[in-house]
Design a protein around this ligand. Structure first.
Ligand code: NAD
Length: 474
């Protein structure tokens, strides 16, 4: 089987082969990927540093063309890349292809942004002086990504980083190197100069930590768990670098008595269980008011029983496997815990076959104080929490350390408007699942979910550029 090497300073560099396994059939090796070392990471940082002066001063057209070419190739290969994604991460083929299309759209969007980076010219308060405000590239940027969106998250970090003239060391999650490798290969062939984009696959504790410890890495964009996010923050403060963290969620979906039951149930099913619940924006707390509670639970039960869990490449399957054995153990542990805490369990059975298949699990009669309602599980597990009325539902929704996404299902304009203004979350959804966002608008959360400026859309410029104010005596 061919080894997929790392990309350092424009060269493919071999390393110890690490097999990438299919969670639907762990005996199946999807590919062999080089496991980088701390030395590889250090060389990649040095190469990115050397490439920065020329790339940051390159014309926007050069960067535009690279990103546009990459977008076109990703789109043209969406079925093949979507299939690779489904095989390495376990999402369904439809989800994998959809995510791949989104990655192409992100590159396409930032190809345009290369040409639109503007500034401001203002008169100074001093006569005869002009003021010019411009945005410049930051320097070497470290990108550290999780396994759950293996092509979209790398795309939404790589595209703005490169568009605005930064050079990059990219460290993808060790569980999903396949999509990362493919995207780097595509960008490299699209015409990036040597050293501009470096890929070092491998362990967080070695490759990732080398990025954290290097003062030459001037910014780190991280998506992953809170624990690792804290390490990124602490290490970054030590060397006074810019950093941006996108972390977990415990996203509430409020369902009010006046909701359209069909809309609410479909939004909750999608938000809680699609992508096997492995989305930072998943709805893991379904907060349902008394009048609709029993009808909602009954309908959820019926719809959950009809969901097909299985091989993600089978087009009739809606929910693929859990990503690996470790995450499966975590999910099953929380399913046991929820019962011990006194909630009634619907579903949640470990299913047969060699893969890590788990039926969606719903806890009924849960409270917001239970650990299953407070801690991020990151699997197909959700709690139903009954609330007396809208005010209590809103209070429960906000009673969490997280603040990524929050949703409400209601036909009341008054409650929808109040919730939009008062939900403590970076993203609010009305009659839509808490997961599922557009690529051209800001993404991110509040409280313990995010730190730093927003990702995606034009707001990404806050992170990937730095502002310069120049004074000119005319
Ligand atoms: P993780 O924190 O274990 O790993 C994320 C990345 O950090 C991986 O590439 C990993 O190798 C790397 N890493 C680990 N230790 C490191 C270290 N010491 N130094 C540097 N890098 C290190 O998270 P995960 O399990 O891959 O992803 C799941 C988590 O990601 C969940 O908590 C989920 O909510 C979160 N997530 C958040 C968002 C968001 O935008 N808010 C999106 C997707 C996933």
């Amino acid at each position: 089987m061919k080894l997929h090497p790392n990309m350092i300073d424009g060269d493919w560099v071999e390393g110890a082969p690490a097999p990438n396994r299919n969670p639907a059939n762990p005996a199946e090796v999807v590919g062999l990927y080089a496991r980088g070392t701390a030395e590889d990471a250090a060389r990649a940082i040095a190469a990115a540093k050397a490439a920065f002066p020329a790339w940051s001063r390159s014309g926007p057209l050069q960067r535009h063309e690279v990103l546009k070419t990459a977008a076109a190739e990703i789109l043209a290969r969406k079925d093949e890349l979507g299939r690779l994604l489904a095989r390495e991460e376990g999402k369904t083929l439809a989800e994998g292809v959809g995510e791949t299309v989104r990655a192409a759209q992100v590159f396409d969007f930032f190809a345009g942004e290369c040409l639109r980076l503007g500034g401001e010219i203002l008169p100074s308060v001093r006569p005869g002086v002009g003021v010019e405000i411009t945005r410049e590239a930051v320097g070497v940027v470290g990108l550290i990504t999780p396994w759950n969106f293996p092509i979209a998250i790398p795309a939404w970090k790589l595209a703005p980083a490169l568009a605005w003239g930064n050079t990059v060391v990219f460290k993808p999650a060790d569980l999903t190197p396949g999509c990362a490798w493919a995207i780097v290969d595509i960008l490299n062939r699209a015409g990036l100069p040597r050293g501009v984009l470096n890929l070092v696959m491998g362990r967080g504790a070695t490759v990732g930590q080398t990025l954290l410890d290097s003062p030459d890495v001037r910014a780190i964009s991280f998506t992953g768990s809170q624990g690792t996010g804290r390490r990124v923050a602490e290490a970054s403060i030590r060397v006074m670098r810019k950093f941006q963290l996108e972390m977990g969620g415990k996203n509430p979906m409020v369902v009010l008595d006046d909701a359209d039951l069909d809309v609410a149930v479909e939004a909750c099913l999608n938000g809680a269980f699609y992508s096997t619940g492995q989305r930072c924006t998943a709805s893991s707390r379904l907060i349902v008011t008394r009048g609709i509670h029993d009808a909602f639970v009954d309908r959820m039960k019926t719809r959950m029983a009809a969901l097909k869990v299985g091989d993600p490449l089978d087009p009739s399957v809606q929910i693929g496997p859990v990503v690996d054995e470790g995450q499966l153990g975590v999910d099953e542990g929380y399913i046991r815990l929820g019962r011990e805490e006194g909630a009634e369990l619907i579903g949640g059975d470990r299913l047969g076959g060699d893969g890590y298949f788990l039926a969606p699990a719903l806890f009924v009669g849960a409270t917001n104080a239970m650990r299953v309602s407070r801690e991020e599980i990151f699997g197909p597990v959700a709690s139903v929490i009954e609330a007396a009325d809208y005010d209590e539902a809103l209070a429960i929704a906000n009673d969490t350390e997280f603040g990524l996404s929050a949703g409400i299902c209601t036909t009341s304009l008054k409650h929808a408007t109040h919730f939009r203004r008062n939900a403590e979350a970076g993203m609010v959804m009305v009659n839509l699942p808490t997961a599922g966002v557009d690529f051209h608008v800001p993404f991110g959360g509040s409280k313990g979910s995010s730190y730093g400026s927003r990702e995606q859309g034009r707001y990404a410029a806050e992170f990937y550029t730095t502002v310069k104010t120049a004074y000119i005596l005319a």
